[in-house]
Design a protein around this ligand. Structure first.
Ligand code: BG6
Length: 519
């Protein structure tokens, strides 16, 4: 981030988040403990993200990273494993080998298994104490729970047992924060229980519930688009907007995650968290400030206003699908039921769509359509704001398209405005054209990876881009009638071919003459 602010406006160490505006600065020295350190997320996202922060001098010089999982690595084994992971998944690989070697000196490992070896948590506490003494990490600790969700509560309990949950900032003892990964619970009941369990040992302001969509540059840009520009917000309501479509389509299948996915499905895996977060950002009122409380209060208000889906009308608000075999990018692919770890008669949806109404002054009667599916023709995440048609048709006989503002969250990050223009010539002929903004060409620099951004935010103590407990419970509340209805009714699956845009039932959700976009 270039910094053209005056010296007086520069952030100080005590004031990293000036009036809610996050400014670029390095984390305080701290120790990051990753539970589930031998897992996939650590290798693909967390360690490459931390290394990238280190390369940009954003990871406090003395920071240490401790891997904690059941695998019996030595410190050296762990360093080697992480080296391979970063070489494979890191942006730009390892880069300079000498730089990696220096970084690797800050990596440690503690075999940790609370169930069969409770004393491993005592060993962890001793290691953290030792690191504080040797590296000057000041007792600042960030625990990252990248484990199966069933371990969240036991880990929180074990941390508390050995005194690693310190709630307050004891004088000179540093801060303690804990990051938990989605899904936050399996349903409303378990989400509430998880919140109760975590808050038994940590305070809400220590708990960071990560939703990696919020770390995406383009998702953060929704606030900038709306509130840093004068032209959009006056149009941003029911008077001008006909409906909104939020799409997250993936061309991949479930890959090796069949076991997890069987118990989740598209509604829990994508819509309940990522897409509801995006919906809240698109629909929220301007917050009074951009600090964590300001933004998160407004987002929760949106979910409170979303019309509850009546248990006996689920089919009017929701549609589901499961892919059959088909072909993606010209390659034949299996149906979901043939994937590894998947039941041959599985009733799990790999496609889900919702029609939601935000029943408030701004959005009364404007449908928000949300959909996400695996094995669709391409990977696209976008928000399409569809404006109302002109009130009077002066250009009779012309097929006028309504204007659409498309926020392309990924890939090809950018924004497109579609409007009608006169085709050159003697006749009046109108054709839709686009005005384009592309991150790549406009800024010519790489956007930070979502995990990189969120890890740094957690180290800085900025929870704006993390889900608050009430938002998580509200989102479960919204999807519960659908989950219950779907669980009680066996679907006629599979109902869409891999490589297609989803099941026919989903088309029926969209009202009137409108239809799902084909991005
Ligand atoms: C994860 C889901 O949260 O998000 C995956 O569990 C999904 O199933 C992934 O593939 C999509 O993330 P992204 O960043 O690739 O859109």
């Amino acid at each position: 981030m270039s910094d053209s602010r005056s010296g007086a406006e520069r952030p100080s160490a005590q004031n990293p988040l000036r009036e809610g505006l996050r400014v670029e600065r390095a984390a305080e020295a701290c120790t990051i403990v990753i539970f589930g350190a031998s897992g996939d997320l650590t290798k693909r996202k967390l360690m490459p993200g931390l290394y990238s922060l280190y390369q940009q001098n954003l990871l406090g010089g003395a920071c240490a990273i401790v891997g904690a999982s059941r695998t019996k690595y030595s410190h050296e084994d762990f360093r080697q494993e992480m080296k391979e992971a970063v070489a494979e998944h890191g942006h730009g690989g390892l880069g300079d080998e000498a730089q990696w070697n220096t970084f690797a000196e800050s990596l440690f490992y503690n075999p940790t298994d609370g169930r069969s070896e409770p004393q491993s948590f005592d060993a962890l506490a001793a290691l953290l104490e030792k690191i504080d003494g040797e590296r000057g990490t000041g007792g600042n600790r960030l625990f990252y729970l990248s484990t199966p969700p069933s371990l969240y509560t036991p880990i929180a309990r074990d941390l508390a047992r050995v005194g690693l949950n310190r709630r307050g900032r004891d004088k000179g003892a540093g801060w303690t924060r804990i990051i938990v990964e989605k899904p936050f619970g399996h349903d409303l009941e378990s989400a509430k229980q998880l919140n109760v369990d975590l808050l038994e040992h940590f305070s809400e302001n220590q708990v960071y519930r990560i939703d990696h969509y919020l770390g995406k540059e383009t998702v953060q840009n929704i606030n900038v688009l709306r509130f840093a520009n004068g032209i959009f917000e006056p149009l941003w309501d029911r008077r001008y907007i006909d409906h909104v479509q939020i799409t997250a389509s993936e061309n991949l299948g479930v890959g090796s995650r069949g076991g997890y996915y069987e118990g989740a499905g598209a509604l829990r895996d994508m819509l309940k968290n990522h897409l509801l977060q995006v919906l809240a950002l698109v629909a929220m009122e301007p917050p009074s400030s951009l600090d964590a409380a300001g933004v998160r209060d407004e987002k929760s208000k949106v979910l409170r206003a979303v019309r509850r889906i009546p248990a006996d009308q689920v089919d009017d608000y929701a549609a589901r699908g499961q892919y059959a075999k088909g072909s993606v990018n010209g390659q034949p692919v299996n149906g979901y039921r043939d994937e590894t770890g998947v039941d041959a008669e599985s009733n799990t949806e790999t496609y889900a769509a919702l029609k939601l109404y935000v029943d408030n002054w701004r959005w009364a009667d404007v449908p928000f359509y949300l959909r996400s599916g695996k094995r669709m023709p391409k990977r696209v995440t976008e928000v399409a704001i569809q404006f109302r048609r002109v009130p009077h048709d002066l250009f009779r006989g012309q097929q006028l398209e309504s204007n659409t503002l498309i926020l392309r969250l990924q890939p090809d990050e950018g924004i497109t405005l579609r409007f009608g223009a006169k085709v050159p010539g003697q006749a009046v002929q109108i054709r839709p054209v686009s005005m384009e903004f592309q991150y790549g060409t406009s800024f010519g620099k790489r956007s930070p990876e979502a995990y990189e951004r969120l890890l740094l935010d957690a180290m800085l103590g900025d929870s704006t881009l993390f889900a608050r407990g009430d938002f998580v419970e509200l989102s479960w509340e919204l999807v519960t009638p659908v989950i219950d209805y779907w669980a009680a009714h066996v679907a006629d699956f599979p109902n869409y071919a891999a490589g297609s845009w989803g099941p026919k039932v989903s088309d029926d959700l969209v009202e009137g003459d409108d239809h799902w976009r084909r991005p």
